[in-house]
Design a protein around this ligand. Structure first.
Ligand SMILES: NC(=O)c1ccc[n+]([C@@H]2O[C@H](COP(=O)([O-])OP(=O)(O)OC[C@H]3O[C@@H](n4cnc5c(N)ncnc54)[C@H](OP(=O)(O)O)[C@@H]3O)[C@@H](O)[C@H]2O)c1
Length: 614
C-alpha cells in the first residue's frame, strides 16, 4: 500500500537526461495516482521538486512495495509506466529511510566544506621514500628535493630524520614491520615509491652513532643483525609496505572494475535507468550473456529499446553506489572491452554518492560488429549535469568513484544530438571495464635489494669468492633468503617495479663507469650516491620497468674512487644501461636448475686478487 502524502508532489529531472532541460511541473496527489494523464509539453519532462526526498532515497509516499501504473502523456500519446519509474527509484535509492533525511540535511549543511576540500585537492605525484634515514635513502631524498620533485619520507625516528634531512622535509613516522603504523593518510598523493629499507646490520663490537663502520663496508667487520630479524623487515615489512601503497601506485594490468572471469560479476550491481524517469517509454536492462564474449565465455550486455515518445530518448544502466568508493588515483583512465554496433554511447562516472549529481561523462563511438577496446582518459571526462556541461564543477577526483553508467541517448551535451542515434532495439556487449595506466609504463615501486640474493644454496658456487653476506647468510638469520622473498613479493604484486641489486656499497662519490648485469653473478663495489641516482632515474624510465638487475662500478676494491669537484664527471644517461636489461631474469633460474646465461664481465688481475680475499 502507498503511504499517503499531504503535499502535492512535483516531479523534476531525476537524472541527467542528456540534452533535455527541466521546466515542467505537474502536481499529483499521491492518493490519486491510478491512471493519471500527465500533460507533457514538448521538450519538458517530469520534475520532482521534493528533490531532497528522491535524491537521498527517501520517498514521501511510497512503501517498499512497488506498483505498476500506466500514466498517459498527451504529447506522443504513449503510456508512461509509473511502476517502472518507482522500481528504478527503489533500486538505486532503497526504501524510504527517515535517517537518510537527517543525514542528507546534515550533509547539505556541511556541504560547503566538503566541496571546498574537493576543489583544493590536487592530484600530486609524491615520491615516497621508505628507509629515508639510511645510507641510500637519505641520498634519494636529497636528490629528489634538488630536482624539485615532491618527496615524502617514511622514517622510524622523527628526530633523527629532521636532523639528517632538514627541517622542512615532509615526514611520516612508521615502522614497516608494524602494519598498524602505516596509516592510509601517509600515502595520500603518493604515486611512486623508492624503498631503501633494510634490516639493520652492524659490527658485533658496536658502531658509532652515525654507523661509520657499517658505512665503510660489511667486509671490514664481523657482522650481526641488529634489531628486527630479516624475516620481519625484508619479508613481512615488504608485504606491509606493498599492501599500504598498492592502491596508490596502481597495477600494471590495471584495476578490474567489471569482468566476468573469476567472481567479479557480482561486484557491481547494475540497474536500468531509462527515460521513464522523465516520462519516456524507452527500456533497457543489464544481462549476462553466458557465451557472448570473444572467447565464447560470458559477457555483460547492455540492451534495450529506445524511443523518443513523450520527449524521451535515452536508456542507460547504472551501478548502485559502491559500498566503498573506488580509489583510482593511480590510474589514468577507464578502458572497456565492448562489441560495437556502430553507435555512440556514453560512459558516466560519478564521484559523489548523491543520486542526482554531476556525472563525469565521455562519449565513445563503436564499430559495427567488432570487439574493440575503448579507452577513456580521465582527462577527457567532462562534468555534466542534466545534459549541460557544468563549468564550475569540481575537477574530476579519481580517488572517490561511486558509480558507473553506460548510456545510449539521442542527446549529446548542451543541446547537441547524438549523430548515430537510431530509435529501436540496440545492444552493447561489454566484457570488461578496468582502470588503466598510460603506456609506456614506468616503474611505480623501485626497491633497493642486494646482489647475491639468489646465491645462498646455488649449486657449484665457490663461496670463497663470494661477498660476506652470501657466506654468512645463515649466521645473519638468512638475510639474503628473506631479501629474495621480499623481492618476489614486489615482482608478484602487479605493481610496475624495478629491483636494483647493488654490489658492496661505499661512501665514495658517484661518477665511476658502471656495469649492469642480470642473473645475480657479479661482485664488486658501487657508491651509495650512484645507487640513489639509479633509483631515481629508474622511476622515470620505461626501460627499467619490471626489471631486476645487479650493478657495480668498474673500479676495483683496491682503488679508491674520487672525483675532482671542479671537474665532475658528466651526468649519466642511465637509459643506456636500462635498455640492455631483460624482463624475467632474476638469478633464481640457477636455483631452479635453469641457469640464466652468464654474461662474462672483464675482470682485472687486481680485482680478482681482492675478490679472492673477501
Ligand atoms: N652494505 C652493503 O654493502 C650492501 C651491499 C649490497 C646491498 N645492500 C643493501 O642496500 C640497501 C640500502 O643500504 P643502506 O646502506 O642504505 O642501508 P641502511 O643505511 O642500513 O638503511 C636502512 C634503512 O632502513 C630503515 N629501516 C630499518 N628497519 C625499518 C623498519 N622496520 N621500518 C622502517 N624503516 C626501517 C632504517 O631506519 P633507521 O634509520 O630508523 O634505522 C634505515 O633508514 C639495503 O637493502 C642493503 O641491505 C647493502
Amino acid at each position: 500500500m502507498m503511504e499517503s502524502c499531504c503535499c502535492p508532489v512535483k516531479f523534476s529531472a531525476l537524472h541527467s537526461a542528456q540534452g533535455v532541460s527541466p521546466s515542467y511541473t505537474c502536481r499529483i496527489n499521491s492518493n490519486a495516482f491510478q491512471h493519471k494523464t500527465l500533460s507533457l509539453p514538448s521538450q519538458q519532462f517530469i520534475q520532482l521538486t521534493h528533490r531532497q526526498c528522491l535524491y537521498n532515497g527517501v520517498w514521501p509516499f511510497l512503501s517498499s512495495k512497488t506498483h505498476r501504473w500506466a500514466v498517459y502523456a498527451e504529447s506522443g500519446q504513449k503510456s508512461w509506466d509509473f511502476g517502472r519509474f518507482f522500481q528504478t527509484l527503489y533500486f538505486f535509492n532503497g526504501p524510504p529511510n527517515p535517517a537518510k533525511i537527517i543525514a542528507s540535511l546534515l550533509e547539505k549543511v556541511s556541504s560547503s566544506t566538503s566541496i571546498e576540500s574537493v576543489e583544493k585537492m590536487e592530484i600530486s605525484d609524491i615520491v615516497l621514500v621508505a628507509g629515508a634515514t639510511g645510507g641510500v635513502g637519505r641520498r634519494v631524498v636529497d636528490i629528489l628535493r634538488k630536482q624539485g620533485l615532491p618527496v615524502r619520507a617514511l622514517v622510524r625516528n622523527k628526530q633523527k630524520a629532521r636532523t639528517m634531512l632538514g627541517p622542512d622535509v615532509d615526514l611520516v613516522v612508521g615502522d614497516i614491520t608494524k602494519e598498524e603504523t602505516l596509516a592510509p593518510e601517509y600515502f595520500k598523493g603518493v604515486k611512486k615509491v623508492i624503498n631503501a629499507v633494510s634490516v639493520i646490520v652492524g659490527p658485533k663490537e658496536g658502531d658509532t652513532p652515525d654507523r661509520e663502520k657499517y658505512s665503510q663496508g660489511i667486509k671490514f667487520f664481523e657482522p650481526e643483525i641488529k634489531g628486527d630479524s630479516p624475516e620481519k623487515v625484508e619479508y613481512i615489512g615488504m608485504r606491509n609496505l606493498i599492501n599500504a601503497v598498492q592502491s596508490r601506485t596502481g597495477l600494471r594490468d590495471g584495476k578490474l572494475l567489471f569482468g566476468l572471469k573469476g567472481n567479479l560479476s557480482g561486484k557491481l550491481f547494475w540497474g536500468a535507468l531509462d527515460d521513464v524517469v522523465m516520462g519516456g517509454v524507452s527500456e533497457s536492462t543489464f544481462q549476462i550473456d553466458p557465451s557472448g564474449s570473444e572467447d565464447g565465455g560470458p559477457t555483460g550486455l547492455f540492451k534495450g529499446t529506445v524511443s523518443t515518445a513523450n520527449n524521451g530518448g535515452f536508456t542507460s544502466i547504472r551501478t548502485k553506489n559502491f559500498s566503498i568508493p573506488e580509489d583510482l588515483s593511480a590510474y589514468d583512465g577507464i578502458e572497456m572491452r565492448v562489441k560495437g554496433d556502430g553507435r555512440r554511447y556514453k560512459l558516466i562516472v560519478r564521484t559523489s554518492s548523491d543520486w542526482d549529481t554531476v556525472g563525469y561523462t565521455a562519449s565513445f563511438d563503436t564499430k559495427d560488429g567488432q570487439w574493440q577496446t575503448i579507452k577513456i582518459p580521465f582527462s577527457s571526462l567532462r562534468p555534466v549535469f542534466r545534459a549541460r556541461t557544468k563549468d564550475d564543477a569540481p575537477p574530476f577526483d579519481p580517488s572517490h568513484i561511486f558509480s558507473l553508467q553506460l548510456m545510449y541517448s539521442k542527446f549529446e551535451y548542451d543541446g547537441k544530438l547524438n549523430p548515430t542515434f537510431v530509435e529501436g532495439a540496440f545492444q552493447l556487449p561489454f566484457s570488461s571495464i578496468r582502470a588503466y595506466i598510460n603506456e609506456p609504463l614506468t616503474p611505480r615501486f623501485v626497491h633497493v635489494s642486494s646482489a647475491g640474493v639468489t646465491r645462498p644454496g646455488r649449486p657449484g658456487l665457490d663461496l670463497s669468492k663470494q661477498p660476506p653476506a652470501v657466506r654468512l647468510n645463515k649466521e645473519l638469520d638468512f638475510i639474503l633468503t628473506y631479501k629474495l622473498k621480499g623481492e618476489d613479493l614486489i615482482r608478484e604484486s602487479g605493481i610496475p617495479y624495478t629491483i636494483v641489486r647493488p654490489c658492496a656499497l661505499t661512501e665514495e662519490p658517484a661518477g665511476a663507469d658502471l656495469i649492469f648485469d642480470q642473473g645475480d653473478n657479479i661482485t664488486g663495489k658501487i657508491s651509495r650516491e650512484e645507487v640513489a641516482r639509479i633509483c631515481i632515474a629508474a622511476l622515470g624510465s620505461p626501460y627499467a620497468c619490471n626489471k631486476t638487475f645487479e650493478v657495480k662500478s668498474t673500479i676495483p676494491f683496491s682503488e679508491p674512487f674520487t672525483v675532482d669537484p671542479s671537474n665532475p664527471p658528466p651526468e649519466k644517461d642511465y637509459d643506456v644501461y636500462f635498455k640492455t636489461l631483460k624482463e624475467g631474469i632474476t638469478g633464481k633460474e640457477a636455483l631452479e636448475g635453469n641457469p640464466a646465461p652468464y654474461i662474462i664481465q672483464p675482470i682485472c688481475a687486481t680485482c680478482e686478487a681482492i675478490l679472492n680475499t673477501i
